[in-house]
Write a protein that binds this ligand. Structure first.
Ligand code: UP5
Ligand code: MG
Length: 223
C-alpha cells in the first residue's frame, strides 16, 4: 500500500452519536473525490463507496450482502450482536477500498495534487485494529471523537430504527453496542489521546453546530 500523500482521519464515538452525519458534511466541505457506487460481482472483497468517506460499518454491510462472500453470515451475526468483526476482515476491506479510491481518484476531480484524503468512520473500534492498521496500512493524522450521553445515542438510534432497516437499530442490539463501545473502543481513544491525536467534540448540539466545530478542526489539520 502506497501511503505517500495519503491523509487519514479516523472518526470515532458511540453508536448513534452522529459520525456518519458529520462525515457526510465534511466530505462536502473538503471536496473529496466522488467515487461510483458499490461494485457487484467482484472477485475480491472490494467496495466502492459513493464518496471518499470510508464507513467501516458500511463496508461490512456491503460485504455481508455481496454474492459469494465467504464472510457474509459471520458479519451478519457480529453486527446484530453488536460485536466487533475480526479485524482481518475489516482491515482488508478498508485497505481494498482505499486502494481502489486512490487508483480511480487520482485523475478525478477533487483530488488535489494526486493526494488521497480518507475519513474513516467507525474504525478502529478495538485496540488490535488500531495497532494493525497503524503498522500495516497507514498512521492517522487525527481522531475526531464525538461524544454525547448514552440516553441521547439510544434515542437517536431508536428514532432512526423506525426507518433505517438496520438489523442493529433495536433496543437489545443498542444495549450491546454501547457496552462494546465502552469496553473496546474507549481504550482506543485513550491510546490516541496519549499520542495527542484526539480532538473531542460534544455532539449533543444541533447537527449544524457540531458540523461547524468539526469543520474548523479538520481545516486546521488539512492546511
Ligand atoms: N443525528 C445525528 N446527529 C444528530 C444531532 N446532532 N442531533 C440530533 N440528531 C442527530 O446518526 C444517528 C441518528 O442520529 C441519525 O438518524 C441522525 O440523523 C441523528 P448517525 O450519523 O447515523 O450516527 P453514527 O454515529 O454514524 O451511528 P451508527 O449507528 O452508524 O454507529 P455505529 O458505530 O454503531 O455503527 P457502524 O456502522 O460504525 O458499525 C456497526 C457495526 O458494524 C458495529 O456494531 C460492529 O458490529 C460492526 N463493525 C465492526 O465490527 N468493525 C468495524 O471496524 C466497524 C463496524
Ligand atoms: Mg454510522
Amino acid at each position: 500500500f502506497d501511503k505517500s500523500g495519503v491523509t487519514v482521519i479516523f472518526v470515532l464515538g458511540g453508536p448513534g452519536v452522529g459520525k456518519g452525519t458529520q462525515c457526510a458534511n465534511l466530505v462536502n466541505d473538503f471536496g473529496f473525490c466522488h467515487l461510483s457506487g458499490a461494485r457487484s460481482g467482484s472477485a475480491t472483497p472490494c467496495v466502492y463507496l459513493t464518496d471518499a468517506r470510508h464507513v467501516a460499518g458500511d463496508l461490512l454491510r456491503a460485504e455481508q450482502n455481496r454474492e459469494g462472500s465467504e464472510y457474509g453470515e459471520m458479519i451478519r451475526t457480529y453486527i446484530k450482536e453488536g460485536q466487533i468483526v475480526p479485524m482481518e476482515v475489516t482491515i482488508k476491506l478498508l485497505e481494498n477500498a482505499m486502494k481502489a479510491a486512490l487508483a480511480e481518484g487520482r485523475s478525478g476531480e477533487g483530488w488535489a495534487d494526486g493526494k488521497g484524503r480518507f475519513l474513516i468512520d467507525g474504525f478502529p473500534r478495538k485496540m488490535d485494529q488500531a495497532e494493525k492498521f497503524d503498522d500495516e496500512v497507514c498512521e492517522c493524522s487525527l481522531v475526531l471523537f464525538f461524544t454525547t450521553t448514552e440516553e441521547e445515542m439510544s434515542k437517536r438510534l431508536l428514532k432512526r430504527g423506525e426507518t433505517s432497516g438496520r438489523e442493529d437499530d433495536n433496543a437489545e442490539s443498542i444495549k450491546k453496542r454501547l457496552l462494546v463501545y465502552q469496553e473496546k473502543t474507549m481504550p482506543v481513544i485513550e491510546h490516541y489521546t496519549k499520542l495527542h491525536k484526539v480532538a473531542s467534540i460534544d455532539a449533543s448540539a444541533t447537527i449544524e453546530e457540531v458540523h461547524q466545530k468539526a469543520k474548523a478542526i479538520v481545516e486546521g489539520v488539512l492546511s
